[in-house]
Ligand binder design. Structure first.
Ligand SMILES: [Zn+2]
Length: 137
């Protein structure tokens, strides 16, 4: 009995090490992946309750694609790119939450500039490159 237990322990250990080796250098999961999986899951659930075959199929397909993207991102070795994607996503969330400001990209250097909302037309000067441009807030 005891040797059997050891065998199981050993197997568990081997699987853990194997998994670690498999995931070494890969990106893993992040907030963006959770969001992608969440949307995929919701679409999947919605499609279960729909009685329209064409829409049902489309939603199922989209949810599969989303899950596929999430798996791809988790296993990806291009961690820098995945990290940038996540950062973009978090920035987007921040923009959506922030109702007091509007965000613009500088037309020359693409620096993100935050300006207060509701001031009408204003001239914005980029703090990084000094480019001036006019926007309505
Ligand atoms: Zn600029």
């Amino acid at each position: 009995m005891n040797s059997n237990g050891n065998w199981f322990q050993n197997l568990g250990y081997k699987m853990r090490v194997g998994m670690q080796r498999f995931m070494a250098g890969r990106y893993g999961t992040d907030k963006l992946n959770m969001a992608i999986l969440g949307v995929g899951l919701v679409l999947c659930l919605v499609s279960m309750f729909l009685r329209v075959p064409a829409v049902n199929m489309l939603l199922t397909l989209i949810s599969y694609v989303l899950v596929g993207i999430a798996i791809f991102r988790t296993l990806s070795r291009n961690t820098y790119k995945r990290y940038q994607e996540n950062r973009k996503y978090l920035g987007m969330l921040q923009r959506m939450k922030d109702r007091q400001h509007r965000y613009y990209d500088c037309p020359r250097c693409h620096q993100q500039i935050r300006v207060p909302k509701g001031k009408g037309k204003i001239a914005i000067t980029c703090p990084k490159c000094g480019e001036k441009f006019i926007k309505k807030t």
